[in-house]
Design a protein around this ligand. Structure first.
Ligand SMILES: [Mg+2]
Length: 232
């Protein structure tokens, strides 16, 4: 059965995201330096973020709250209120960053748009992801945008039901094995992995995937010859 819908992950697949979070994390750790060495503060922050994921979901606002919580905890609630103000500023700066679409994305979308229904399937904060898509200038390539609270098998099943297609008619393209690839293969869909140089520690998995529905490429431009090859 041939592919009908191609879904793209957004962050670090269509545009740059994770390096900005790492820069903000570094600023946060420098701010906390009088309490903890930078790498220890980073570890504390990661733990707080993971603990809060089920409450706040993915996105910048949750990240801001986790930075504030970490600052309070590692300073034993003694941190100056001006530091909290700085942390809120870090988050607002992150929200205001311009969107940098990755190389080759427009060319690939423009080409695929003629033959497939293209959708964005992203985790994160609804308002923030909608803003990013609007500012990216590539929103017109997509039929549908799905901001998912998580990307597990059940979430993809729901998406396919909504799109009214079978798993084998669905191809997901993304940078995270954990979120974009493994759950899609798990429900019988197809997936192309495009690794990005920076991956959030929580998204990192070490696996070898041996599945005929799976391909890995180095850049998004390689997706075109793959898709038009008769074997995929
Ligand atoms: Mg991503």
């Amino acid at each position: 059965m041939s592919i009908k819908v191609i879904a793209f992950d957004a962050d670090d697949t269509l545009w740059i995201n994770e390096p900005y979070f790492r820069e903000t994390e570094n600023e946060f750790c420098r701010l906390m330096e009088s309490y903890l060495p930078q790498h220890t503060a980073a570890r504390e922050l990661l733990q707080t973020e993971i603990k809060n994921l089920s409450l706040y979901g993915y996105g910048i606002k949750g990240f801001m709250l986790s930075m504030i919580e970490t600052a309070l905890s590692i300073s034993d609630n003694t941190i100056d209120i001006s530091a909290i103000e700085k942390i809120i500023g870090f988050g607002k700066d992150l929200l205001a960053r311009p969107i940098e679409v990755l190389e080759g994305v427009e060319e690939v979308l423009g080409n695929l748009k003629e033959n497939y229904r293209l959708v964005v399937a992203t985790k994160g904060d609804l308002l923030d992801q909608e803003r990013k898509l609007k500012n990216s200038g590539i929103d017109h390539y997509f039929h549908h945008v799905e901001v998912m609270s998580d990307k597990q098998e059940a979430d993809y099943r729901k998406l396919l039901k909504h799109l009214d297609i079978k798993p084998e008619q669905f191809l997901m393209i993304g940078n995270s094995l954990k979120s974009d690839i493994l759950p899609v293969l798990g429900i019988g869909g197809r997936a192309i992995h495009i690794p990005f140089h920076t991956t959030w520690e929580h998204e990192h998995v070490d696996v070898h995937i041996d599945n005929p529905n799976f391909k890995q490429v180095t850049t998004i431009l390689e997706v075109l010859p793959l898709l038009y090859a008769p074997t995929f």
